[in-house]
Design a binder for this molecule. Structure first.
Ligand SMILES: NC(=O)c1ccc[n+]([C@@H]2O[C@H](COP(=O)([O-])OP(=O)(O)OC[C@H]3O[C@@H](n4cnc5c(N)ncnc54)[C@H](O)[C@@H]3O)[C@@H](O)[C@H]2O)c1
Length: 341
């Protein structure tokens, strides 16, 4: 079987991880890249030995013979670019946040459905090794039905150095980082029926919120708290880890900063090391995220080969986008909101 021929649109800060991961997947060859910024285009093209380079995505899609396209631009271009891919009947991956509004996200999903085009949102947090270990632990039923959980991401990491645009938007932490935790909460505890949100801006040099606390009710009966902050000064800064605690009817679990998973059940307390694998191209502290990028991209290849829907399909991700929208609505109105679909 010949390799899948892929192309990337947007080769900025994060795309280097995606390109490294594609390079690790034998079944894939990235044959073309596109970026409006010629310097970045040439830097990445040289680094990954990709000869076909374009500044215009439409031109690339018209000229290249491709099996899929991977979009890693920032959110304002996502709708146009995914719709362009759908026009070319091209299976497409789109970075998170998938869209700037639920309205746009729905429109894009409808366009891809009508074109018969597979669409995966690059929502990689749920593909982290420690989070997959928690998912398996819940599935084993050792702690029973979860009734309470906390998903926490608190750091003072200077995220603006690598991604200056994060300081410039009216929205920041919920749309950029909270979105991952909201998706993880859905993944582990099921769909959300209500959400109440409080936001703060501690760093006055940025425009959006850098601290958010969300309280959610899940249809299956659990209550969860999602809290995230880029303004914290913890003793041990574990950027970019998601820490969690889950209490079930028969026990509890805790995912800690040393990647240990502690489980308390009727048998007592046990502890497992659920550290991510340090890929040869990975760099601490990003290695956990970088491994999840490889995991989700392998999943995409499997889905394309088998013709199955990705776990984070556009359709699935509508529920995560709905939570983001409901969180901002609740923060503004001071009310508890039912996420729309
Ligand atoms: N999943 C994660 O863990 C994670 C982490 C960081 C960033 N991200 C996401 O990745 C996406 C990209 O973020 P980034 O920090 O790499 O941004 P970036 O600004 O560094 O890179 C985006 C690149 O896209 C190019 N671009 C924009 N519009 C284009 C267009 N229409 N055609 C061609 N090129 C275009 C820009 O020139 C730029 O080089 C964002 O959606 C961000 O939220 C995800």
């Amino acid at each position: 079987m010949s390799k899948l021929r892929g192309a990337m649109i947007g080769v900025g800060f994060f795309a280097v991880n995606q390109l490294n991961a594609w390079h690790d997947i034998e079944d894939v060859e990235i044959v073309a890249i596109c970026d409006r910024n010629p310097e970045r285009l040439n830097k990445m093209g040289d680094r990954f030995a990709i000869a076909a380079r374009y500044q215009d995505a439409a031109e690339m899609l018209a000229r290249e013979q491709l099996d899929f396209v991977d979009i890693a631009t920032t959110v304002s271009s996502h709708r146009t670019l995914v719709e362009l891919a759908a026009d070319h009947k091209m299976p497409v991956i789109c970075q998170k946040p998938f869209a700037t509004s639920l309205h746009d996200a729905r429109a894009v999903v409808a366009t891809c459905n009508a074109a018969g085009v597979p669409l995966m949102v690059h929502e990689n947090f749920r593909w982290q090794t420690p989070i997959l270990a928690v998912k398996n632990m819940l599935a084993s039923d050792r702690i029973g039905r979860p009734f309470w959980a906390r998903f926490s991401f608190r750091t003072g990491y200077d995220v603006y150095a690598g991604q200056p645009y994060l300081a410039e938007g009216d929205r920041f932490i919920i749309e950029d980082t909270g979105i991952h935790l909201l998706d993880v909460a859905r993944f582990l505890l099921g769909e959300v029926t209500t959400i109440a949100t409080s936001v703060q801006r501690i760093n006055n040099t940025i425009r959006g919120e850098d601290v958010a606390t969300m309280l959610m009710s899940h249809a299956a009966g659990a209550t969860s708290v999602v809290d995230c902050s880029f303004a914290s000064r913890p003793e041990f800064d574990r950027f970019p880890q998601t820490l969690m605690e889950i209490e079930g009817e028969k026990g509890s679990l805790r995912l800690d900063r040393d990647f240990s998973l502690t489980v308390v059940d009727s048998e007592g307390t046990s502890r497992a090391d659920v550290s991510p694998f340090l890929l040869p191209w990975a760099e601490r502290p990003w290695h956990n995220i970088q491994e999840s990028v490889l995991n989700i991209q392998k999943h995409w290849v499997q889905c394309l080969r088998l013709g199955t829907a990705p776990a984070t399909s556009g359709h699935d991700n509508l529920k995560t986008i709905a939570l983001v929208e409901a969180a901002y609505e609740g923060a503004k109105s001071g009310t508890t909101v039912r996420p729309g679909l």
